[in-house]
Ligand binder design. Structure first.
Ligand code: SF4
Ligand code: SF4
Length: 459
């Protein structure tokens, strides 16, 4: 498949390559829910002392993926709704708990590959293995069609693979070697940026000679790094039983940590960026790190809105979420706009970026927008400008699908292949009428999926 569409979003607040190590926390507030995972099966009791790496809860709907204790501490279940709180947190308590010790019940017929995969599950590394098309978790004992390992993230402000890989290049290539031992014959595709980068060159050098790893160059344009797009570009044919697995850089590093050192993955490198962050950086933090402490002193004055994830696809962090969740790859902070701009669309906009070059800012050359939560007026009807079509990398027609969905014509949206949407959010970003097309398409895909599931199978 030929690449089409895409757009590089220029917003202020790109995190630097520096990785700041946060102070050890006194308390951890671990959310039980994140984008895909729901750790509803709590395995600890009030007041229980847990060791680093001990299982706190499991997600029964996703292969019992565990929530591990990132530090030793005392469990408080009632301290915050939908969280497990750890008090008196300490890293120097005991030896890390090895949850892989609980292996007596593993069926012997799993073989060495099955045991390794079980170990990844127990040590928290399996949560990084995802279905390349849906982003959801995959079966640890399933068989993939192929594996895509991504070292790139072009969406602002998601933690970048090159930053996570700094000084850990050997661990990364060793992780790839471990990954290969988990497979039978399936190809591993390694997505590398098509830019002059010494790190990308080193990675290419290190994997030269690995017949099972094939480098794939990714043009520097959002969202060409999307695993779902790569599946189509590479002509892979995944099925429900044999999906394509996607693994980010930190997943490969977690895999290496689990299989080389038998240690759990309890610390992440996440980005903290956006126009409302004074000094955008990457931070080394563990799940459950209190967001209040993580963001203290970093933000500009005034009300802000925090998104878990990137600027285009991140979901709002609500007031009820207290700590960093296990899936978060970055925090994007925008200035909250309480002011409604009367006739805002009529302003010349020298300080406003637009894909369509309709504002004066297009004369300023390189320009980074100070993106806020403002609608700059209000949502308006589709004006058929066609901008959403020109950026859409999935080659579908967002504005036409929108019109059908507006009339509740789900079958027409299905006919126009809304299912091919990779949920990059570019259409919503460039839309001058500020229509939240991405959210509409996510909802409609779910509706179609539900309808298909309820349909009687034909004889
Ligand atoms: S329709 Fe989907 S794939 Fe196309 S630009 Fe919008 S969110 Fe991205
Ligand atoms: S970008 Fe917005 S206004 Fe323009 S055609 Fe698409 S939906 Fe309509």
């Amino acid at each position: 498949m030929k690449l089409a569409g895409g757009y590089n979003v220029s917003i202020k607040g790109r995190p630097s390559n520096d990785v700041e190590v946060l102070p050890e926390p006194q308390v951890l507030q671990l959310p039980l829910q994140s984008r895909f995972l729901n750790f509803s099966n709590v395995r600890v009791e009030e007041g229980q002392h847990v060791r680093l790496g001990e299982v706190l809860a499991k997600d029964p709907d996703h292969f019992a993926i565990p929530l591990l204790a990132p530090r030793a501490g005392t469990v408080r279940l009632a301290a915050a709704e939908n969280h497990i709180v750890l008090e008196d947190v300490s890293r120097a308590d005991h030896e890390p708990y090895d949850s892989f010790e609980e292996t007596e019940h593993i069926p012997e017929n799993l073989g060495s590959v099955g045991i390794k995969r079980y170990k990844l599950l127990q040590l928290g590394a399996w949560q990084f293995f995802r279905n390349a098309e849906t982003g959801g978790p995959v079966d640890p004992f399933g068989t993939p069609t192929a594996v895509i390992v991504s070292t790139v993230h072009f969406e602002p402000y998601v933690a970048r693979g090159d930053v996570q890989m700094q000084k850990r290049l050997r661990a990364f290539t060793r992780g790839l070697e471990h990954l290969q031992t988990l497979l039978e014959y399936q190809q591993i595709y390694l997505a590398l940026p098509e830019v002059h980068s010494s790190l990308a060159l080193k990675v290419r050098d290190m994997i030269r000679g690995y017949a099972w790893a094939k480098p794939v160059g990714i043009p520097f344009r959002y969202p060409f790094d999307s695993p779902a797009l790569l599946v189509r570009r590479l002509g892979l044919k995944p099925t429900a039983e044999n999906p394509v697995w996607a693994l980010p850089t930190e997943g490969v590093l977690a895999l290496d940590r689990a299989l080389t050192l038998s240690q759990p993955c309890t610390v992440r490198i996440v980005a903290v960026g956006g126009p409302a962050v004074r000094k955008p950086v990457h931070v080394k933090a563990m799940p459950g790190y209190p967001l209040k402490d993580l963001l203290a002193g970093r933000l500009v004055d005034g009300p802000t809105r925090t998104l878990a994830g990137g600027a285009l696809t991140g979901g709002e962090v609500t007031e009820t979420q207290l700590g960093l969740d296990t899936e978060c790859q970055g925090l994007t902070v925008l200035q909250e706009s309480t002011r409604r701009e009367l006739f805002g669309f009529m302003r010349p906009g020298s300080d406003r970026r637009s894909y369509s070059k309709c504002f004066l800012s297009s004369l300023r050359g390189q320009f980074w927008e100070s993106y806020t939560t403002a609608l700059r007026g209000e949502g308006r009807p589709c004006i058929a400008c066609g901008e959403c079509m020109s950026v859409c990398p999935a080659r579908i027609s967002p504005s036409i699908i929108h019109k059908y969905l507006y009339q509740d014509e789900l079958e027409q949206a299905q006919r126009l292949r809304v299912d091919l949407c990779v949920e990059c959010g570019l259409c919503s970003y460039v839309c001058p009428s500020k229509i939240d097309l991405r959210a509409e398409f996510i909802d409609s895909k779910q509706d179609i999926e539900r309808e298909l599931q309820t349909q009687e199978p034909s004889e």
